[in-house]
Design a protein around this ligand. Structure first.
Ligand SMILES: Nc1ncnc2c1ncn2[C@@H]1O[C@H](COP(=O)(O)OP(=O)(O)OP(=O)(O)O)[C@@H](O)[C@H]1O
Length: 278
């Protein structure tokens, strides 16, 4: 049984100028231990599709799907309280802006322990011990002392490590990482990607990596979905996608990689004819 299975997912938003379809008819499956990348430029509906899975879209959104199951359980029809037991525990998500994703008013220790309080039966002392263990696991030095730091007292890379600690606190079966390294500088990006891959392997999680960066795809993914304007353009295992891209859009994304540069400037997506192409 697939960990997550989605068939024909669409998401529309009510806006002042009418209905805007951000996601149109997306199919997706991911198994345990698999790394699936969803790649596409800004605005292609990658985040919205995953926020629909998490049930985190505003009420201006209309979500429809023929199927959306997690370990065979129907996410579309389950009650909000049933869904809350899964989201944040079995399915966790980390976001692009680590500093903005943490609450500035609470220490990082409180925020980790609060997740443990909501989703586990651990007592206060055990939650504290687990929080120290988690900070160590994500590579933060002086873990016990750093629990009392506020987000603004930490760097962007450290805040992203804290976000990862919160996400993995309850040993999720599926982790969704939404552009987890985009806001970080290049050396830190590599460290965070390495950390995510190490944790994914060690805990046997399914990992959905949302990115616009084909370099990140090459380094992390087993399988790739390419998304453009809310629609799936192509899906393939990572080697096939890089060696034999089927859609113009995938070719455009690949040509924008610095190592594929041939002329004076890098091509952009606008250099490729996209209309009507898969
Ligand atoms: N609450 C909302 N109301 C209206 N439109 C929205 C809302 N949230 C997202 N959108 C629109 O949906 C489209 C898809 O957004 P989404 O954030 O999924 O893109 P993305 O592919 O993840 O890109 P990015 O990496 O920039 O977040 C965009 O055009 C965005 O403006």
């Amino acid at each position: 049984m697939a960990l997550l299975e989605i068939k024909n997912l669409s998401v529309g938003f009510d806006t002042s100028v009418g209905l805007f379809m951000a996601v149109q008819g997306i199919d997706l499956t991911i198994d345990s231990r698999e790394v699936l990348a969803i790649v596409g430029e800004s605005g292609s509906g990658k985040s919205v599709a995953m926020l629909a899975v998490m049930g985190l879209l505003p009420n201006t959104a209309t979500v429809t799907a023929d199927k959306m199951t997690f370990e065979g359980r129907d996410l579309l029809t389950m009650s909000d309280s049933e869904r809350r037991k899964i989201v944040g525990k079995d399915i966790a998500m980390i976001f692009q802006e680590p500093i903005a994703s943490l609450n500035p008013c609470f220490t990082v220790g409180f925020q980790i322990m609060e997740t443990l309080r909501q989703h586990t039966s651990l007592g206060k002392k055990q939650r504290h011990e687990r929080a120290v263990e988690l900070l160590r696991l994500v590579g933060i030095n002086d873990a016990a002392e750093r629990l009392s730091a506020y987000p603004h007292q930490m760097s962007g890379g450290q805040c992203q490590r804290v976000m990862i600690a919160i996400a993995i606190a309850c040993n999720p079966k599926l982790l969704i990482a939404d552009e987890p390294t985009t806001a970080l500088d290049v050396t830190i990006q590599k460290q965070i990607l390495d950390l995510l891959m190490k944790l994914q392997e060690r805990h046997g999680m399914g990992l959905i990596m949302i990115t616009h960066d084909m370099g990140v795809v090459a380094e992390t993914a087993d399988r790739v979905i390419v998304q453009y304007k809310g629609r799936k353009m192509e899906e393939a295992d990572v080697l096939t996608l890089f060696e034999n891209p089927k859609s113009n859009y995938t070719r455009a994304l690949l040509s924008a990689l610095p190592e594929n540069a041939t002329g004076d400037r890098l091509p952009t997506v606008a250099d490729f004819h996209m209309e009507g192409s898969p």
